[in-house]
Write a protein that binds this ligand. Structure first.
Ligand SMILES: Cc1cc2nc3c(=O)[nH]c(=O)nc-3n(C[C@H](O)[C@H](O)[C@H](O)COP(=O)(O)OP(=O)(O)OC[C@H]3O[C@@H](n4cnc5c(N)ncnc54)[C@H](O)[C@@H]3O)c2cc1C
Length: 411
């Protein structure tokens, strides 16, 4: 039996785990770090069709990825900047009252964010990790057991390998096996919605704009892709999602054009479709001795605001900042008091965002006619009040809030 000993073990090399490892490895160059993932390494090629899983990345996430050494590779490969966002209530036209338009130019920024394929982000982060000589990457390594007592945590991999670390970072996604092994619970509720995703070519160019129309069963978003296509995220009831998956292509194209109120004209071609269940989850406690949660392992949010991985990158950056400072001062990175400092930083920020997205979903995914008037009045008000609109934009872009140094571009 091989037993490896590292200072830090990151469970999960998804976008958030890989970012946490890269930030820590760069901030604490002498610290041995092991990253294990149950899956095979990511695959992305410019010759492949754009992937079905994409994320709207904020300016703060861009800075975090730059601090990881991954952004240049992402930007050179395939990204789609967007400078505007249109959000409107299902009962009104895109440009009418009850609609809201966010423009980067209003707050003197060049873009609101970038749409990037998840697999490309994972690949660029992996390549950044491969450059760091204090990082070991274990592919196809499924964590099966975890003992957190004592001077070092003990990690058991399904293939029999045994690892030791002073700190274990749980970045293993919404179902997080490490969270369960660490004895931390998770709370939340099912949105009773599924998100149908698909890449489409429309009659009109997206104009570097992200579009989102709220319908009573959930929002439909059309996100701009680099090749002029759009990636849709259509949140709807599970029954409707199933029908959308099973429809022939012509009916599906017509359904998308109708649901998006023809904002980009006819839908000309549609690629493969997939659907994901939507749940709100939050771990009431993020840390214990020798263990800390980041990303979807700590919280999952509704995709309507496109913030899930953006929150996760801020977790990774905050944890890396706290732990790197402790290592530099010769402290134990698994000290529970130290890890609670990270939790006190990120939990209120995440809760604030989660409650806001939850409230928006309840207000908008609702057929109650009384609420329709409230929604339209609220959207019109925000659209007309430039300072309030600026606050929303800055917050979503990660330009405001209690941000880690790497997210502010100062580390
Ligand atoms: C339809 C949809 C649209 C979205 N759009 C956006 C968006 O526009 N913007 C945005 O910010 N967010 C968006 N999100 C959210 C975003 O996709 C997630 O927040 C993000 O992928 C979470 O990343 P993660 O690294 O925390 O977890 P994951 O991506 O789930 O990664 C977890 C990793 O852990 C590994 N793992 C699991 N179990 C084990 C084990 N036992 N041992 C070892 N490894 C293990 C897995 O193989 C995986 O690689 C969207 C989500 C959905 C569903």
């Amino acid at each position: 039996m091989r037993r490896g000993s590292d200072d830090i073990a990151v469970v999960g090399a998804g976008m958030v785990g890989a970012a946490a490892a890269a930030l820590l490895a760069r901030a604490a160059p002498g610290t041995p770090i092991v990253v294990l993932d149950a899956d095979a390494p990511p695959h992305w090629s410019p010759d492949d069709e754009p992937g079905l899983r994409v994320s709207a990345l904020s300016a703060a996430s861009q800075r975090v990825l730059a601090a990881c050494g991954a952004w240049d590779e992402i930007a050179a490969a395939r990204i789609s900047p967007y400078a505007s966002m249109r959000v409107w209530d299902g009962e009104v036209p895109a440009g009418g009252p009850g609609a809201i338009r966010f423009d980067a130019a209003d707050i003197a920024e060049p873009v609101l964010g970038h749409i990037v394929e998840n697999e490309l982000v994972r690949l660029a982060l992996r390549n950044a990790l491969l450059q760091l000589d204090n990082v070991r990457l274990l592919d196809g390594a499924r964590l099966e057991s975890l003992v957190l007592d004592g001077e070092r945590a003990e990690l058991g991999v399904a293939d029999g390998r045994r690892l030791q670390a002073r700190l274990v970072i749980g970045a293993d996604g919404a179902a997080s096996p490490s969270r369960a092994l660490a004895g931390l619970e998770v709370r939340g509720h099912d949105y009773e919605q599924r998100a149908v995703v698909c890449n489409l070519r429309c009659q009109l160019h997206h104009g570097e704009t992200a579009w989102q129309r709220f319908l009573p069963s959930g929002p439909i978003a059309l996100l701009p892709l680099a090749d002029g296509r759009v990636s849709i995220v259509w949140s709807t009831t599970p029954e409707h999602a199933q029908r959308l998956l099973e429809m022939d292509e012509e009916s599906f194209r017509a359904a998308v054009a109708e649901a998006s109120d023809g904002c980009l004209g006819e839908v000309i071609a549609a690629g493969p479709r997939a659907a994901f269940p939507l749940r709100m989850r939050h771990a009431p406690v993020y840390t214990r001795a020798r263990y800390a949660l980041v990303g979807d392992a700590a919280h999952t949010v509704h995709p309507l605001a496109g913030q899930g991985v953006n929150l996760g990158f801020l977790d990774a950056a905050a944890l890396a900042q706290v732990v790197a400072a402790a290592l530099a001062a010769g402290r134990d990175p698994g000290d529970p008091a130290l890890l609670r400092r990270y939790e006190r930083w990120r939990k209120p920020e995440n809760l604030l965002s989660m409650r806001a997205f939850d409230g928006i979903n309840s207000l908008f995914s609702n057929a109650n006619p009384g609420l329709g008037a409230v929604r339209r009045a609220g959207l019109t008000l925000v659209d007309r009040l430039a300072p309030l609109k600026g606050v929303f934009m800055r917050r979503a872009m990660g330009l405001e809030g209690d941000l880690p140094a790497t997210a502010r571009g100062v580390a």
